[in-house]
Design a protein around this ligand. Structure first.
Ligand code: BTN
Length: 259
């Protein structure tokens, strides 16, 4: 991947500008800086390699050159979207899933809120970060990391969840730039319906562990357990407890509860 190839492949898309790095700390860090300098909607930061790639909950994310995709997309939510910012991370995960299914004919699932799984192994992760100045939202950065080819799959030791890559499930040749262009097209298209009930319905059809008993680590040394019953209109996960009561949670890590 290089700047000229990206310029050519992204030409038909409403991308005002992009920054490409052979190596950078984190595309999200670069994109957040760019937001603070006034980057317009759909500006992109793309890197072959990240030296300080970030994941959710303070975890790190490794990006292997020429076998993964690391991109951060700058968004300026509308006044309607601002009330439902949690949906952007679902939009990222669901768009990666659709891109994988449509471009590579590989079945995928989304593990709430936004991990993308193929055959129960993680192939992509999303880190959505917002930049605020006081009460004013400066912009959102939707950071997406996808394992495309075998070298991108991290070694199993130390992983919280098993990992895979698209290539392990598909005979087609996988091209970084073509994948990026399809992903961007999908995000732009799905965003049009993000605030409609159909978006949540379609997301739920692809939700891993739906109707199963899961445990949810809400982060504050608090792990709860119950039936995963879906997602609400804000993107919160809905859990039903043994006593029949239902509660929503805005953040957390889901695991299938061992029987
Ligand atoms: C996760 O699964 O915890 C989220 C991983 C997000 C990784 C992507 S790679 C592009 C962008 N830049 C980062 O530093 N992180 C995100």
């Amino acid at each position: 991947m290089n700047k000229e190839m990206l310029e050519y492949a992204l030409d038909h898309l409403p991308i005002p500008s992009f920054r490409f790095f052979e190596e950078t700390d984190s595309t999200n860090t670069q994109a957040l800086n760019w937001v603070s300098q006034g980057a317009p909607e759909y500006s992109l930061v793309i890197a072959e390699k990240q030296t300080a790639g970030r994941g959710r909950s303070g975890r790190s994310w490794v990006t292997t050159p020429r076998s993964s995709l690391a991109v951060s997309i700058i968004l300026h939510p509308t006044k309607f979207e601002i009330g439902k910012l949690g949906l952007f991370s679902l939009l990222g995960g669901f768009s990666v899933l659709k891109m994988i299914e449509d471009s590579y004919q590989v079945n995928a699932q989304v593990k709430w809120p936004n991990d993308v799984l193929i055959e129960n192994k993680k192939t992509a992760g999303i880190l959505s970060e917002a930049l605020w100045q006081g009460e004013t939202l400066q912009g959102i950065v939707l950071g997406i990391g996808i394992n495309l080819l075998t070298p991108s799959v991290p070694p199993p030791d130390g992983l919280l969840f098993p990992a895979t890559c698209i290539q392990a499930h598909c005979d087609r040749e996988i091209d970084q730039i073509e994948t990026l262009a399809c992903l961007l097209e999908t995000i732009i298209k799905l965003r049009e319906s993000m605030l409609l009930p159909t978006f949540i319905n379609h997301y739920e059809e692809k939700l891993a562990y739906m109707d199963q008993i899961i445990s949810l680590d809400t982060g504050e040394a608090n792990i709860i357990s119950g039936h995963l019953v879906g997602v609400d209109e804000y993107g919160n996960v809905r859990i039903r407890f043994a006593d029949g009561n239902e509660k929503i949670f805005p953040i957390g890590d889901i695991k299938l509860r061992p029987l």
